[in-house]
Design a binder for this molecule. Structure first.
Ligand code: MEV
Length: 325
């Protein structure tokens, strides 16, 4: 085998963001927009990366320097994933990696987690290392924590397992949910959010109001449990109401924005069962659940308020091998 191409899906948080960082559950689904990664071994002891979507071109360094010195933002997740894999399995070989993303890294669809998962998956195939999904999760999650210092790992699990998951902090529980699809509409707010900044913002608030924030997380956990049942029963009315309640809590944590609220309220007025922000907040995307006969009105409401509709289907395949050359 000379080269391998793998791909992993983007994700959308359904309910439970932020609380899931602190020992609580969440619900996450995957989208049909994917990130593809091609990897091949090199005779020279070099690490090379082409990632045009994150403005990385002709990036190369010698193998001994992988993971060292200043790494450009767009190269971090791939480089540290290569470093962690090579260190754990004691390999040293030159490697060339190419990535192509079907979604904008601005949407908050999880391009960093998808690229981390794809890198480790591709290397495990190239070096004939059999990894279980959980072993792949652990190494990819370590990589994300090495870089960001924080995160629940839900996005890593989504990229690996695909479908729709009930997920508990750090992968203590990863339960695929048997559902077909979700009547979901996705609107991008036009603002890029930074997850770590928002997590830190709530952390500051929690210093001032520790019990209140902790109880908010407990309430979010409770509504995630109920939403899981509603999801399995395809009870979209109830699922929508729980989304609205979750949004209220996210608002009280301070991570919603005026633009997100305007889009969310507009979709509810247009007939959505429920709507909320998806992910860290501060921008990125909002999601709405709507009956079939209201979907167009909900989409129009988002565009009218300056949001961008992202056409997507949910509940898609996790990481897969696309081809060997
Ligand atoms: C960000 O998309 C979701 C957060 O809960 C962070 C995480 O779970 O890693 C804010």
């Amino acid at each position: 085998m000379h080269s391998i191409t793998v791909s992993a899906p983007g994700k959308l948080m359904l309910l439970g963001e932020h609380a899931v960082v602190y020992d609580r559950p969440c619900l996450v689904t995957t989208v049909n927009q994917r990130l593809a990664l091609e990897a091949r071994l090199l005779d020279d002891c070099l690490f090379q990366l082409e990632a045009p979507d994150v403005k990385i071109s002709n990036y190369k360094k010698s193998f001994e320097d992988i993971g060292k010195a200043k790494i450009p933002k767009g190269a971090k997740f791939v480089e540290i994933a290569v470093f962690n894999f090579m260190k754990k399995y004691k390999f040293s070989s030159g490697i060339h990696i190419n990535t192509i993303t079907e979604f904008s890294p601005l949407y908050g669809f999880g391009s960093s987690s998808a690229v981390t998962v794809c890198t480790i998956k591709a290397l495990s195939e190239l070096f004939n290392i059999t990894l279980t999904d959980k072993e792949l999760f652990d190494l990819a999650y370590k990589t994300v924590l090495d870089i960001q210092g924080k995160g629940s790992g839900f996005d890593i699990a989504a990229a690996i397992y695909g479908g729709t998951l009930y997920f508990f902090t750090a992968g203590k529980k990863i339960e695929p949910l048997k559902i077909k699809s979700l009547p979901l509409i996705v609107g991008y707010s036009g603002v890029k959010a930074d997850t770590v900044t928002l997590i830190n913002q709530i952390k500051e608030k929690a210093k001032k109001y520790p019990d209140i924030i902790d109880r908010i997380y407990d309430h979010i956990a409770e509504l995630v449990e109920q939403a899981k049942q509603a999801l399995l029963a395809k009870d979209w009315v109830r699922f929508g109401e729980l989304m609205n309640m979750n949004q209220g809590y996210l608002n009280s944590l301070g991570v919603s924005t005026e633009k997100l609220e305007i889009m969310i309220y507009a979709t509810r007025s247009a007939g959505a069962y429920g709507a909320k922000l998806s992910g860290a907040g501060g921008g990125d995307c909002m999601i709405a659940i709507a009956p079939e006969n209201k979907k167009q009105a909900v989409r129009d409401a988002i565009t009218k308020k300056g949001g961008q509709i992202i056409d997507t289907t949910t509940n898609c395949k996790g990481v897969i091998i696309e081809k060997y050359d």
